[in-house]
Design a protein around this ligand. Structure first.
Ligand code: HEM
Length: 410
């Protein structure tokens, strides 16, 4: 299936590509000419040495793949990233214990249990504590007069939110935050996600969480850990399942939200009229436009379980299908002037939290709340914020991340 818009074997998994520019013009070109396109390049995707993968760029097709789990399985790993060559098949299989990589009916069972912790009521219960945290984080950062917005403001609230949600004791939080950050490569000088550091910290986090779950099983408290592991029957998680769930939260709820917040600040400063509008009106629509604009998760992948047709193309059983949220969120068929950052955009059917299927982001409402709370706190304290230089990006083909955003506060 030749695509005139792209050179043969264009490497969407090359982190340096995204280092320079997101959303990729190549994805936009495909969307217009070959929206479901076979990329025959051999990239070491998820360590399986595939022969290629489908690149899905239109909003409607990304939604279709997401909502047909019986045809497009999550079980063979969902992220299009290059894994370390030394990663063994066993290590990759361990990832199947994470719900993101499960298919129904197993996924349905786990999801039904864990979503108890994410009901609107559960999220509302966190609101006052998180508002106070957001206020303190912003006050501390602005008092310093200048700094890195990522480290000083964007990093902490998502970690605190997960810790509050799970009920991690205060005295353990510094350790948990350290493992979480190392796992996603935050400490790496090359700005890359390095699997080696990631694996050790992941194991420590899993082991800590399993111990916490075992302790709460013995002696229940009023927190989500106790609720999720309370009894040994089908309706509850085993301590090992809980360990992997915390691991997922530490990645899924951490880097994503911090990048939404950082990109959001950058976009608001780059569009001063939008920042003025935000400060005066505080539109409820702002958080979703920030997520659409940032699209922190660039893509996920699925594997076809049988031959099927997608966007007029014949997809064969076993073929990988890459769904590019970053492209779907800029699809002009769905978004009026998608290149415009508009915090009053409504409706805003973006796919930043996924394409609406069974894996739709469990933390979407929590993420929206965190984004609202941080920008409200910044707008309330009303400092003059100025950018200093350009953001330093994360080297990743999967996450649209910023490592550093220097600012001054006046
Ligand atoms: C799944 C994005 C924040 C927990 C996902 C998916 C995306 C996503 C794209 C996959 C959806 C799919 O495959 O259909 C984001 C973004 C966030 C964010 C952009 C912030 C702006 C959070 C937070 C939490 C969280 C704060 C929890 C604390 C999860 C979990 C899943 C998930 C547990 C897996 C759900 C499943 O497999 O059923 N997220 N997420 N996310 N997210 Fe988020």
């Amino acid at each position: 299936m030749p695509c005139p818009a792209l050179p043969d074997g264009f490497d969407f998994t090359d982190p340096d590509l995204y280092h320079q520019r997101v959303p990729l013009p190549e994805l936009a070109a495909l969307r217009g000419t070959a929206p479901v396109w076979w990329n025959a390049q051999r990239h070491n995707i998820a360590g399986f040495g595939d022969d290629g993968y489908w690149v899905v760029t239109r909003h409607q097709d990304v939604k279709e793949v997401s909502t047909r789990p019986e045809t497009f399985s999550s079980n063979l790993n969902t992220a299009i990233i290059r894994f370390n060559e030394s990663m063994t098949r066993d290590q990759i299989d361990v990832q199947k214990l994470i719900m993101l990589n499960m298919d129904p009916p197993e996924h349905t069972r786990v999801r039904q249990i864990v979503q108890r912790g994410f009901t609107p009521r559960a999220i509302r219960a966190l609101e006052d504590a998180l508002r106070e945290r957001a206020r303190r984080i912003v006050a501390r950062a602005t008092r310093a007069g200048s700094g890195d917005f990522v480290t000083d403001i964007a990093v902490e609230l998502p970690l605190q939110a997960i810790a509050e949600l799970i009920g991690i004791p205060q005295e353990d939080r510094a350790r948990i935050f350290d493992w979480s950050n190392k796992m996603i490569g935050y400490d790496d000088p090359e700005l890359a996600i390095t699997e080696e550091i990631g694996r050790d910290s992941a194991l420590e986090l899993i082991s800590y969480s399993m111990n916490l779950a075992a302790a709460r099983k013995e002696c229940p408290a009023k927190d989500i850990v106790s609720a999720l592991v309370a009894a040994e029957d089908e309706g509850n998680l085993g301590t090992d399942e809980f360990g992997f769930f915390v691991l997922l939260l530490a990645v899924a709820g951490n880097e994503t939200t911090r990048n939404a917040i950082t990109h959001g600040m950058h976009a608001l400063l780059a569009h001063p009229e939008q920042w003025e509008l935000y400060k005066s009106e505080r539109p409820r629509t702002a958080a979703d436009e920030i997520v659409r604009w940032a699209t922190p998760v660039v893509s996920f992948q699925r594997t076809a379980t049988h031959d099927t047709v997608l966007g007029g193309q014949e997809v064969k059983r076993g073929q990988r299908v890459g769904i590019f949220y970053s492209s779907a969120n800029n699809d002009p068929e769905v978004f009026d002037a998608p290149e415009r950052f508009d915090i009053t955009r409504d409706p805003n059917p973006h796919l930043g939290f996924g394409g609406g299927g069974p894996h739709f982001c469990l933390g979407a409402n929590l993420a929206r709340l965190e984004i609202d709370l941080i920008f409200n706190a910044i707008a309330d304290s009303s400092p003059g914020i100025r950018l200093v230089g350009e953001p330093r990006r994360l080297r990743s083909a999967w996450l649209n991340g910023v490592k550093e955003l220097r600012v001054t506060y006046t």
